[in-house]
Design a protein around this ligand. Structure first.
Ligand code: AGP
Length: 599
């Protein structure tokens, strides 16, 4: 869940490392550090907190070094401070190492090194100390690779490593298992990185390093091996992304930019599905002849899955089981060769979702993945991949990717219904037209006067029924994760079974009502809430209901079944406005990171 980068070439490495870490900071931002090799000496600088603190520390220092490694951290072992920040240095001062992942057996390994004075509380330091025990100033490249392979085979857990050795200044060594790692291929320069945004301003030619691979880059050479040190073929892929796509552009934050890109994400996803005939290429038997359907994901991706479960069950009359991936992998799910499983993940790197996918595959299920990142791990494991084309999503709170996920799911369900001879009430062209209609629509002005009092609230409640309940859950997640206001979503009919006890005359409740058939039932909940003195904000297209509530956020009216595409935007804008009002950084909420690559 950290961001790592390495560079060797002709340019001043400090600038490269800092700018690349800036584009990886969404992966973790509680401390940062770099190690550069200047005249066979490793120079290390680290700092607690955001990358800017390290930049301030480095300001004014001049370095000629042209190779180095850098890291931005999301703490798993050891509190976020300078001591625990990466890179970690071996006791002999000869090796610097950065790591993304978790070493689960670090305790046992640490106990076996009683002669080492550990400087940090991290799991990672164990690895550099193990390397330091064998790598000396006399070690050549082959010996170093052998030692890295030996050490990696002692480790349990997930890792991507970047390693520098003082007496070999222009080489960066690396190894990977479980955590993402790419190589950026340049002219007389090369990079390693956790993700593509880091290298995009310099090259769009990348190699995806696979699990149980290690290797070394130098300015003019890239060598990848398996753990038996057999040379591997380097498949260089051209990435069709422009550097602008990973920059904020004229927006103050990535979240604001990405909310505004919702329609673009819908249209791009549909265009890709149509142009690539993506859904038509799914083996027919797999979506017509199956015994059960499972949808598995985490966080916002699971909320998109909930909409899909609702639509498949109601429109296609087939039951669907839906699970948090972190629960699915330990509940011994009923999976067999006739199971159809959908795994949804923006990053395609989420550890729990990946482990659930591996479990389902092992049990013979046909596994479809819906993901937003080309070449991510989920795309390497799944039987078939449906890409959402939302473009890189940088802000930790997922917005445009959610919209692209429900777009892909609606289109998949349209295809699913068609091949199972079921008539469905919408088609992808209709969704594309709706996306155009929503392009310039925003509720920022409607929310503005409500934001100050909402930010005063200790708790905020979201209510909805059916599709609106799943939207309410996503609305609550967005608001809590970036404004730190305690939020909960309740199914409208469940209120009187307990949650109503939370409602007082000071409460402010956000009610979603976009489904005609649920107006009366949802009005019951509104009356129950208001009769306790609480105030209600209604998000709806049924504006004639405004006299029955305290405030209304008006939605453009479209078919009820397509209303999730409309109602999600005010929920995303609300969260953004509350975070801004509270002076918080909506892009980097505390304690979170963009892709959760550890369990
Ligand atoms: C959403 O805003 C969060 N960032 C988080 O819940 C996220 O949806 C979850 O971690 C799943 O991520 P994924 O889609 O990359 O697998």
């Amino acid at each position: 869940m950290c961001g790592l980068v390495g560079y060797t070439g002709k340019r001043s490495v400090v600038d490269i490392l800092i700018s690349a870490l800036g584009r990886l900071e969404y992966r973790g931002y509680d401390s940062a550090g770099i190690a550069i090799n200047q005249n066979n000496e490793l120079i290390v600088d680290k700092s607690k907190g955001l990358l800017i603190n390290l930049q301030k520390k480095l300001a004014g220092q001049k370095y000629e070094a042209t190779s180095g490694i850098g890291h931005t951290r999301w703490a798993t072992h050891g509190e976020p401070n300078e001591q625990n920040a990466h890179p970690h240095i071996s006791q002999n001062g000869h090796i610097a190492l950065i790591h993304n992942g978790i070493i689960e057996n670090f305790g046992k390994l640490k106990a076996s090194m009683s002669d080492i004075l550990f400087k940090s509380e991290t799991d990672t330091e164990v690895v550099v100390q193990l390397l330091g025990k064998q790598i000396t100033t006399k070690s050549d490249g082959n010996h170093i690779l052998r030692v890295i392979s030996e050490v990696c085979q002692q480790l349990r857990g997930a890792y991507a490593f970047g390693i520098m050795v003082a007496h070999i200044p222009d080489k960066i060594f690396f190894a990977k298992k479980g955590s993402p790692l790419i190589i950026g291929c340049g002219k007389e320069e090369n990079f390693i990185a956790s993700d593509i945004p880091a290298v995009l301003p310099y090259t769009n030619k990348v190699i995806y390093v696979k699990d149980n691979e290690l290797g070394v880059i130098s300015p003019n050479k890239i060598s990848i091996y398996d753990f038996k040190l057999q040379l591997k073929n380097n498949i260089i892929k051209d990435i069709n992304l422009s550097p602008q796509q990973v920059l904020r552009g004229n927006y103050s934050t990535f979240m604001e930019k990405e909310i505004a890109q919702g329609s673009y994400a819908m249209i791009n996803t549909i265009t890709n599905l149509i142009k690539g005939k993506i859904l038509q290429k799914i083996p027919l038997a797999k979506i017509t002849d199956f015994s059960n359907i499972h949808i598995v994901a985490c966080g916002t991706a699971l909320h998109a899955g909930m909409i899909a479960k609702f639509l498949i069950e109601r429109e296609c009359r087939m039951s669907v089981s839906l699970d948090f991936a972190s629960e699915f992998r330990y509940k011994k799910p009923i999976i067999n060769k006739k199971s159809l499983c959908l795994f949804i993940s923006q990053s395609g790197e989420t550890a729990d979702t990946l482990a659930s996918l591996e479990l389902a595959k092992k049990q013979g299920a046909y596994c479809l993945a819906i993901t937003n990142v080309l070449g991510c791990r989920i795309s390497q494991i799944a039987d078939y991949v449906i890409y959402t084309c939302a473009g890189p999503e940088i802000a930790v709170a997922s917005t445009k990717a959610y919209v692209a996920q429900i777009t892909a799911l609606y289109c998949f369900i349209e295809r699913f219904a068609k091949v199972n001879d079921i008539k469905i009430k919408y088609d992808k062209q209709e969704i594309a037209r709706l996306a155009k209609k929503l392009e310039d629509w925003s509720t920022v002005l409607e929310w503005k006067n409500l934001i100050p009092q909402m930010c005063q609230q200790e708790s905020l409640y979201f209510i909805g029924r059916g599709l609106d309940y799943y939207l309410a859950m996503e609305g609550a997640l967005k608001l809590k994760e970036i404004s730190y206001i305690h939020c909960e979503a309740f199914a409208g009919g469940e209120l009187k079974h307990g949650s109503l006890a939370l409602i007082t005359a000071d409460s402010l409740v956000i009610v979603l009502l976009t489904q005609k058939e649920l107006i009366d039932k949802t009005l019951n909940a509104i009356h129950e809430i208001r009769s306790r003195g609480a105030r209600v904000i209604l998000i709806t297209q049924f504006t004639y209901l405004k006299n029955q509530v305290d405030f209304i956020i008006t939605l453009p009216a479209v078919k009820d079944i397509l209303m999730p595409f409309v109602a999600i935007k005010p929920l995303q804008e609300l969260a953004f406005l509350c975070a801004k009002h509270k002076g918080l950084d909506p892009d980097k909420p505390r304690n979170l990171a963009k892709s959760v690559t550890v369990e």
